[in-house]
Design a binder for this molecule. Structure first.
Ligand code: FES
Ligand SMILES: [Fe+2]
Length: 342
């Protein structure tokens, strides 16, 4: 285990999206967070189990194993683990001989929210963020695949907080012809744990995909937007069009290691549900592909010393995110004590 992100205790104590709920079923699957390989499967009762993807016997990946009678069976010598992580069977040992004490699996914290499976490989330091619209019947939720990107989660969250790349990176979608000048940014708390700013933009709308997403025609549409972050790497943008349509985009980056990440986004919309979900997300998928193309060109972890990169007023949100991330990754002794369970 090594790396500025992978070695950080505070980052290990955060929640990360690793899969869509529909992807974790009765067969084991693998994910990686901060260089820890994880095996995930769903029990007959519908609960998800997450554990290290390493058999304590000879380190075979349990994700290559099978589920039999609700237990995870290692593909190498058949050691078998219950949903609580206990080793319940060692086939090479005589009946009645207990498994060695260190044969059990330490499970990871896991929860399902927003159509996704979130894992914490340490001890959760805070509850998962809240998206109020998820329980509002006027809104529908649309999930998208969890994709590996060859980019650091630090660069991804920085990018999702940044609107100055729109007229350049997003020329193929909504950014073409967008004003490059960014009005003064006023940062502050948004709702729940989200922190960021609100602003107005004119977005290119001259494609059929753009029109489907905005619910209106015309070459350009006015958007009221907010962009905010929740530490460490969660970013949310909200868009409200003049026709009252709200379109919320949650962008989640999970560090696989320092320089590779999973990316997934989730949409909430209060439309009339008449446009198929695949069509609604096609525009955002194209936008995500533009970000991916750019970010995979930028090597390494974004410097965690603010003086190593140059920023201007328009970068205020991403600079504030990074300032707060640096503090989050380096808590003071008093903050560490405050986070310990009583
Ligand atoms: S490595 Fe898993 S049973 Fe031997
Ligand atoms: Fe972007």
């Amino acid at each position: 285990m090594s790396g500025i992100l992978c070695d950080n205790k505070a980052l290990a104590d955060a929640w990360y999206a690793v899969a869509r709920s529909i992807e974790v079923g009765a067969s084991p699957v693998k994910a990686t967070v901060l260089q820890r390989d994880i095996v995930l499967y769903r029990t007959a009762a519908g609960d998800i189990v997450a554990a290290p993807d390493r058999c304590p016997h000879r380190e075979a990946p349990l994700s290559a194993g099978t589920i039999e009678d609700g237990c995870l069976v290692c593909p190498y010598h058949g050691w078998t683990f219950g949903a609580d992580g206990k080793c319940v069977r060692v086939p090479s040992s005589a009946e009645g001989v207990p498994a060695p004490p260190k044969a059990h699996l330490n499970r990871y914290h896991v929860q399902e929210q927003y159509g996704l499976v979130f894992v914490c490989i340490g001890e959760p330091s805070a509850p998962l963020f809240t998206i109020d619209q998820d329980t509002d019947p006027a809104f529908r939720r649309i999930n998208t695949p969890v994709e590996p990107w060859k980019a650091s989660a630090t660069r991804m969250a920085d990018n999702f907080c940044d609107i100055t790349h729109f007229p350049y990176v997003h020329v193929g979608t909504f950014g073409r012809g967008q004003d490059t000048l960014v009005p003064k940014i006023e940062l502050g708390p948004l709702d729940n744990s989200w922190y960021g700013y609100s602003y107005a933009v004119k977005a290119n709308n001259d494609s059929s995909l753009g029109s489907l997403a905005s619910g209106q025609t015309g070459d350009v549409v006015d958007r009221q937007m907010s962009t905010g972050f929740d530490l460490p790497f969660n970013v949310r943008s909200t868009i409200t069009y003049e026709n009252g349509l709200s379109h919320i985009i949650l962008m989640l980056s999970t560090p696989i290691d320092d320089v590779n990440s999973y990316f997934t986004f989730v949409i909430w919309r209060n439309d009339d549900f008449s446009v198929a979900a695949e069509d609604v997300i096609r525009f955002d998928m194209a936008i995500g592909a533009e970000d991916k193309r750019m970010l995979e060109l930028v090597p390494g972890v974004l410097a965690l010393d603010l003086t190593e990169t140059v920023s201007v007023q328009a970068d205020k949100c991403s600079v504030e995110w990074r300032r707060q991330l640096i503090a989050y990754m380096n808590p003071t002794p008093t903050e560490m004590l405050a986070k310990q369970p009583a």
